[in-house]
Ligand binder design. Structure first.
Ligand SMILES: Cc1ncc(COP(=O)(O)O)c(C=O)c1O
Length: 386
């Protein structure tokens, strides 16, 4: 039996994605549009730089903040693609993916009961990260009709004296939604007027199509309120390297580094070396992958339209979030039945919050073959069942 475990952790529900994966695990021959992970391997030139450094004996701990060379490269990257100038010495912290960046951020800024406004549907880790840090999640609904864009008026209504931060993620998981410059302008005004933190998870920003990228790192006036999170997993196809970073005011990062000192100490040095190369090679390695995803986006979008499934065209990331409301069953039932009958795994929208009811998430980071076969099977499934 053992002694009682942590109540805080016990109270956090298991991820809806995991629950679904467990169903998949019990079946043979399933094809999957579930994974939020590129089907590309990390570009060879990036791997080579890490291999070379290992062969040269670079295998030690680094500073808790990360290699200075990497922080300088991150600073240059943001200045090249955006506007804010970050000091590599004390305004940039390398992290074990955006996952650790989220954890460090909320543990660094939240006191018990502080509120964080989060648009829903959203990435599965957001609520648990805020709650484990003692914060209170304030959900902000976004809708299929608005293409899941955040509504500044709704944010205004939710802000009060307990609001510590707003957490945004555009382009977003699970919807592929982006923001407009007008919406971002409004949000910046709200953040500054209320002096709250804006935590912007921009892990998908280089995977925005048709020059639609809107980044909060383009607003220098926001610098003292912005906690900018980014990472290499998606755009550079580096999920397994576990590396990302936070750019934020020094006071925030000093807290984060304190946690870091007593927990993970630093990101693996090999991954940091690879990340330096990744940033230097951005223009060479990211656009070909982005263009490929864009073609797959068109393939899946047109395919869904042809089948008669209502959807909107995502402008970034590698997810599409069609509506299955017309079929009169819940998202979970739809995905379960589709899996059982046609052996294709997709994720119920409710895995990303209640607001996801009526939608399902398909990842098109899969191969064209898998996408086409899944679409054919979806067509058959709908014709046979509804
Ligand atoms: C929106 C979002 N943020 C963060 C992450 C975590 O990424 P990382 O591999 O950098 O920890 C993911 C992964 O799916 C994600 O979709």
């Amino acid at each position: 039996m053992g002694k009682e475990l942590s109540n805080k952790v016990k109270s956090i529900p298991a991820s809806g994605i995991r629950e679904f994966f467990e169903l998949v695990l019990g079946m043979d021959d399933v094809i999957s549009l579930c994974l939020g992970e590129p089907n590309f391997s990390t570009p060879k030139v990036i791997c080579d730089s890490a291999i070379k450094s290992i062969e040269n004996g670079v295998t030690s701990y680094t500073s808790n903040w990360g290699l200075m060379e990497l922080r300088e490269e991150i600073s240059r990257y943001i200045q090249k693609y955006n506007k804010i100038k970050y000091n590599p010495t004390n305004e940039i912290l390398t992290t074990v993916g955006v996952s650790e960046a989220l954890d460090l951020t909320f543990r660094s800024i939240l006191n018990e009961g502080d509120e964080v406004i989060i648009p829903e549907p959203c990435f599965v880790s957001y609520y648990p990260n805020v709650e484990m840090a003692g914060g209170k999640v304030v959900k902000m609904k976004t809708t299929f009709e608005d293409k899941f864009k955040p509504d500044p008026e709704r944010i205004k209504k939710l802000i009060n004296k307990n609001t510590k931060a707003i957490l945004l993620n555009f382009p977003g998981n699970p919807t592929g939604a982006t923001m407009t410059k007008e919406i971002a302008d409004e949000i910046v005004k709200i953040v500054l007027e209320n002096d709250v933190y804006l935590v912007s998870d921009e892990v998908y920003i280089p995977l925005t199509y048709d020059n639609m990228a809107v980044s909060f790192a383009d607003y220098p006036e926001l610098k003292d309120n912005l906690i900018y999170l980014h990472g290499f997993s998606k755009a550079w196809a580096m999920t397994g390297w576990r590396i990302g970073f936070i750019c934020a005011p020094t006071r925030v990062l000093e807290n984060a580094v304190k946690i870091r000192q007593y927990t993970t100490m630093c990101v693996s040095v090999m991954s940091q070396i690879a990340a330096v190369e990744a940033l230097k090679r951005t223009d060479e390695v990211v656009p070909p992958m982005r263009d490929d995803y864009k073609e797959r986006r068109d393939l899946i979008y047109n395919g869904l339209k042809n089948i008669g499934v209502e959807t909107f065209k995502p402008e970034g990331a590698f997810y599409i979030f069609p509506s299955i409301k017309d079929f009169g069953i819940s998202s979970r039932e739809f995905c379960k039945k589709f899996l059982e009958k046609k052996k294709v795994a997709i994720i119920p929208g409710t895995a990303f919050g209640e607001t996801g009811e009526g939608n399902v998430r398909l990842s098109y980071a899969a191969s064209r073959d898998v996408i086409s076969t899944s679409l054919n099977r979806l067509d058959e499934f709908i014709k046979e069942e509804f």
